[in-house]
Design a protein around this ligand. Structure first.
Ligand SMILES: Nc1ncnc2c1ncn2[C@@H]1O[C@H](COP(=O)(O)OP(=O)(O)OP(=O)(O)O)[C@@H](O)[C@H]1O
Length: 235
């Protein structure tokens, strides 16, 4: 089993201009677990991910991986250090082929072949349609390509933002299988931001609910979890 990571957030705060969105998040994600981060729309889940990844500068607090602070490091440095990100918004080059979208995940072409083979075992359709432009893929195929691109670098820590949104159940369950395999066989630590409760709980080891930018509840995934989380998601 390769080395895995523990992610720790301590009193993390961030926002946009003078508007505070993430309000003091303290959280620990264990090595090699899938952690589901849930919450109603607009509660700050995406903002929290972006703050961890250096895409938004935190106003307070610390983020550490393997006990080492990563605050202040650029997103590019974090990705080189084995942190992967499958974002929710506009993440593909629509006019480029599947192959070029995947290739751009790597710094050099030296590791291209094994990285491609790895993602082809998860999603064989990518191999058959390498020259097809990303913009002509269906919504579900684009999501699989986004995830594959994040997996090209074999991340030790992977952040995934609402991958199941708008997908048909067969694609959602395929993605669930891939994430479980990444955790079980590669020891990847995965933070999954999700609105789809059933999907999140089908793969998560632990979970938290974010409310107005703070952790409202968290626990192991087990009997009674679904009902407990549903209470938090009620309008
Ligand atoms: N670039 C931005 N500038 C200003 N405010 C923003 C920006 N992006 C998001 N917000 C606001 O921050 C709040 C939290 O948004 P965020 O996307 O983090 O929530 P979320 O929990 O991920 O919700 P969703 O499930 O809808 O994606 C919302 O009120 C949103 O309008």
């Amino acid at each position: 089993m390769r080395e895995t990571v523990k992610l720790e957030l301590s009193g993390l705060c961030s926002g946009y201009g003078s508007v505070s969105i993430v309000n003091g998040v303290t959280l620990s994600v264990k090595s090699g677990e899938i952690f589901a981060l849930m919450g109603k729309n607009g509660m700050g889940k995406t903002t929290l991910l972006k703050s961890i990844l250096g895409l938004i500068k935190p106003t307070q607090g610390e983020v550490s991986v393997d006990g080492k602070p990563i605050s202040g490091r650029s997103t590019a440095e974090l990705i080189s250090a084995g942190i992967g990100y499958a974002p929710q918004e506009q993440p593909l080059f629509q006019d480029l082929s599947i192959r070029d979208n995947l290739r751009l995940a790597l710094r050099t072409d030296r590791d291209l072949k094994p990285a491609l083979e790895r993602v082809f075992t998860y999603f064989p359709f990518l191999k058959e349609r390498m020259q097809q432009k990303a913009g002509t893929l269906s919504g579900g195929e684009q999501k699989m390509l986004i995830l594959s691109r994040a997996l090209m670098l074999k991340p030790r820590l992977l952040f995934i933002d609402e991958i199941s949104e708008g997908l048909q159940p067969s694609v959602v369950s395929k993605i669930g299988e891939v994430l479980a395999y990444e955790r079980d066989d590669n020891g990847t630590t995965i933070i999954l931001v999700e609105q789809n409760l059933d999907f999140a709980l089908s793969v998560a080891d632990r979970w938290a609910v974010l409310k107005l930018g703070a952790i409202d509840d968290q626990d192991q995934n087990g009997p009674g979890t679904r009902e407990r989380v549903l209470q938090h998601l009620k309008i």
